[in-house]
Design a protein around this ligand. Structure first.
Ligand code: THU
Length: 129
């Protein structure tokens, strides 16, 4: 699927976000090297710290179904500038994605910035050695 189509899909899936507290929906689309698509949204909780971000939902769905090789991630939020993923999500990206994997960040008017995982989280902690 082309990046522009995945941006549109991220906007569409964000409508499934469970956001009764923030009212700030996020949609994520994760493309595997096989061309499979996994989507995700943020899922909040009355105990706020239990909230799962949209991009982590997509990554966890994919990993839980056996996917390991990823090509591209799209994250959409209703922000003025392209959405900036939180630190926890950057760490999860570093766990499962190659350092040069492109992450397309999308704003409410669909303007985009593409950053690699290593640009989002330089000098990341990735193993115990
Ligand atoms: N959120 C995401 O899902 N992804 C991001 O990249 C930024 C923040 C969510 C978490 C919470 O549900 C809401 O946005 C406000 O922080």
């Amino acid at each position: 699927m082309a990046t522009t189509e995945m941006v549109d899909l991220a906007v569409e899936v964000s409508k499934q976000a469970y956001v009764p507290y923030s009212h700030f929906p996020i949609g994520a689309v994760l493309l595997t090297k096989d061309g499979e698509i996994y989507t995700g949204v943020n899922i909040e909780n009355a105990s706020f710290g239990l909230t799962n971000c949209g991009e982590r939902t997509a990554i966890f769905k994919a990993v839980s179904e056996g996917a390991r090789d990823f090509q591209e991630l799209i994250i959409y939020g209703q922000t003025e500038k392209p959405i900036s993923p939180c630190g926890a999500c950057r760490q999860v990206m570093a766990e499962f994605f190659e350092p040069d994997l492109p992450v397309t960040l999308v704003s409410k008017d669909k303007s985009t910035v593409v950053m690699t995982v290593k640009e989002l989280l330089p000098y990341s902690f990735t193993d115990l050695t």
